[in-house]
Design a binder for this molecule. Structure first.
Ligand code: ADP
Ligand code: MG
Length: 232
């Protein structure tokens, strides 16, 4: 999918509490892109990812997926669009504690009353190395295993694009490295578009396009195989 964000602004609160979290952010994402967005804490990274993935709406600005205006959808239509077309990976995994790994993975399909594709779920579990943990509850899994279950869940509905918000932020460096290798494999073997947020330079450098965000302003700092593009 071609994703295009135009002049996204996000202001939280009013009066003394007013925070301008994003300042006229424009970005084009083409199929197969691997993008990293690096920035310090509070710079607007999560806000941007939530807007790009339709988890939240901007104060002003537009977002299209293949030319379709996403923010003109109702909340219900937007939730369905997200479940079917977009995968999201959170820093805190966000697994449901009372469900097994497998139940967590297929949850997005059940919400859409779709029959899970057993062979595909099996393929995902093998690829992510969680096939022998599939009947375990989240608290019986390590952090790295929980995040791998969350990656499988993000892929369950076969979305074209995956957004990951500091996916290794809660992991030790070894499990974090494993999770990054798996995300790279997901992109290379399955051809998914991957947009990953990080404050780790080494992770940012793995991407083909590296963007940086400071005080809500986004800049493209490097694109692999191309000359450095900067705007603003
Ligand atoms: P990052 O993910 O880069 O740490 P965020 O996007 O979470 O940054 O936040 C950007 C700015 O917006 C911060 O100043 C933060 O305090 C503020 N902010 C984020 N979410 C809210 C909210 N729901 N209400 C008010 N301010 C918020
Ligand atoms: Mg954040």
């Amino acid at each position: 999918m071609n994703i295009e964000a135009k002049e996204l602004c996000k202001i939280y609160g009013k009066g003394e509490n007013r925070v301008a979290a994003l300042n006229r952010v424009s970005l084009k994402i083409v199929p197969g892109d691997f993008i990293s967005i690096i920035g310090p804490s509070g710079s607007g990274k999560s806000t941007l990812l939530h807007l790009l993935s339709g988890l939240d709406r901007p104060t002003s600005g537009h977002l299209t997926y293949d030319g379709k205006d996403i923010y003109s959808l109702t909340d219900q239509e937007l939730s369905a669009f997200r479940r079917q077309r977009i995968g999201f990976i959170f820093q805190q995994f966000n697994l449901l504690p009372v469900l097994t790994a497998r139940e967590n993975i297929i949850m997005p399909l059940l919400l859409d009353r779709k029959q899970p594709d057993d062979a595909y779920v099996e393929q995902l579990s093998q690829m992510l190395g969680i096939q022998d943990r599939i009947t375990h509850l989240p608290h019986e899994l390590s952090g790295g295993q929980q995040q791998r279950v969350a990656i499988a869940r993000a892929l369950a509905a076969k979305p074209d694009v995956i957004f990951a918000d500091e996916p290794t932020g809660n992991l030790d460096s070894r499990s974090g490295g494993e999770v990054m290798e798996m995300l790279k494999a997901v992109r290379e073997q399955m051809g998914k578009t991957l947009v990953i947020i990080t404050h780790d330079n080494r992770i940012a450098a793995m991407a083909d396009r590296q963007l940086s965000i400071v005080d809500g302003t986004l800049t493209e700092v490097a694109a692999r195989g191309k000359t450095t593009i900067c705007w603003r």
